[in-house]
Write a protein that binds this ligand. Structure first.
Ligand SMILES: [Zn+2]
Length: 408
């Protein structure tokens, strides 16, 4: 099959005017101008007209379980108050509610051009009841051991066996997600890390999300400290360390990890990040809508970018933002970071998360050999401004291909 469009944004080189992309099976085999194609590049030609054709977007951090919670919790005065509220809401819901939420979440992601999602799954047992995911999905098993600190690897072995049994028909893969340093022990992080060394898989966690988490570890005080201590968590790791350094210095996380948030960082945290070898730092996911909702400290986008860290964008869940559209999230970043080029901004939802998933050759770019996960939508204006037109695009995405199949 040959796809033709007014503009092909490959995320590899410059956009191609009147470009084509050749698909065989579920893979891209060539791209360029129609005249450049080899004789072997044959098949039906689909002319998408005045559309831009580009890689499908990758959402690097999402919780589909909470899709039904849009506007359910007003922006709280405290992050800890929000944690309490969502825990209460979760207890009021059953499996049917969560299955419905996940299905709606997939539909919304698809509507806005997302073809891959990193989904943190609090209820992995639901997968046995779920149809195959309609988009490429990395299911991250969320792990918490607040009270009973895990001392064996049985839990993780069980999780992996479970995913292997249930992922046969799913596109994507699985990974592990100790929740956050305040709910998961460093021993649990280390088990997850060991697991990924034996069987390569992505790892993700929440780190330094709120000022209250920072105060818990740095000062052994504040609303989160009081709340978590009352849950009988051992608190001997609190008092003189930042959340990021607690995990990094104990070897609980390393350069493979995808760290969501990293909003509250000290000068020592920056010094540590700056001291890491090039490409030896963790991947970082910023969730602009959720960040605004909680009114965290300004996200240090420019500083982290200048250090050379791999920055990705995610939506987080609808319990703390109002849209699963990555286009909306890009525009929120643009408001705060007008210096960032359109190309670099688009990399945060294509090239960068593909790298975080260790799938750079498969996802996020239109290059020979990559998986055929593509989106197309109408654009107007001069070809020279195509990347700006992509960022400004605010309608549902009318055309999508996942794994070589056109989704209608
Ligand atoms: Zn999250």
């Amino acid at each position: 099959m040959i796809l033709k469009a007014k503009a092909v944004v490959t995320m590899e080189g410059e956009p191609i005017a009147d470009g084509v992309v050749v698909i065989q099976g579920n893979r891209i085999v060539a791209t360029g101008m129609l005249a450049d194609l080899e004789h072997s590049d044959t098949g039906p030609l689909i002319d998408l007209g005045d559309f831009v054709l580009m890689p499908g977007l990758i959402n690097a951090h999402c919780h589909l379980d909470y899709t039904m919670m849009r506007h359910a919790i007003s922006p709280p005065a405290s992050f800890t108050a929000w944690v309490r509220r969502i825990n209460a809401l979760k207890r009021s819901l059953d499996s049917e509610d969560y299955l419905d939420a996940i299905a709606r979440g997939f539909a919304e992601l698809q509507r806005w051009g997302t073809t891959t999602v990193c989904n943190i799954e609090s209820f992995p047992e639901l997968m046995a009841l779920m149809p195959s995911a309609p988009i490429r999905t990395w299911w991250f098993y969320e792990m918490i051991d607040i009270r009973h600190r895990i001392t064996t690897d049985d839990v993780i072995a069980g999780a992996l066996t479970f995913f292997q049994q249930h992922l046969d028909n799913h596109l994507g893969g699985f990974g592990l997600s100790p929740h956050a340093p305040y709910t998961a022990s460093t021993a649990l992080y280390q088990l997850a890390d060991e697991c990924a060394s034996i069987q390569p898989m992505p790892l993700t966690t929440h780190v330094a999300e709120s000022r209250e988490e920072f105060a818990m570890f740095q000062h052994a005080s504040g609303p989160m400290y009081d709340f978590i201590r009352a849950l009988d968590r051992p608190m001997d790791d609190c008092g003189d360390v930042t959340p990021f350094q607690l995990l990094w210095r104990k070897g609980a996380i390393d350069a493979r990890w995808i760290l969501a948030h990293m909003n509250e960082l000290s000068e020592e945290d920056f010094a540590l990040l700056e001291s890491l070898p090039k490409e030896g730092g963790p991947h970082i996911v910023h969730c602009p809508g959720s960040h605004q909702y909680f009114q965290h400290s300004r996200f240090p986008f420019r500083r982290l970018h200048e250090i050379g860290l791999n920055l990705c964008i995610g939506t987080d869940s609808l319990a703390s933002t109002d849209s699963l559209s990555l286009f909306c999230e890009l525009r929120k970043v643009r408001e705060n970071e007008p210096w960032l080029s359109a190309r670099e901004l688009l990399c945060t939802v294509t090239v960068n998360p593909a790298r975080a998933l260790n799938r750079s050759l498969d996802l996020g770019r239109i290059i020979p050999g990559a998986l055929a996960d593509l989106i197309a939508f109408p654009i107007s204006g001069a070809f020279a401004n195509v990347l700006e037109a992509v960022i400004a695009y605010a309608n549902p995405v009318p055309w999508m291909m996942i794994n070589g199949q056109i989704i209608s």
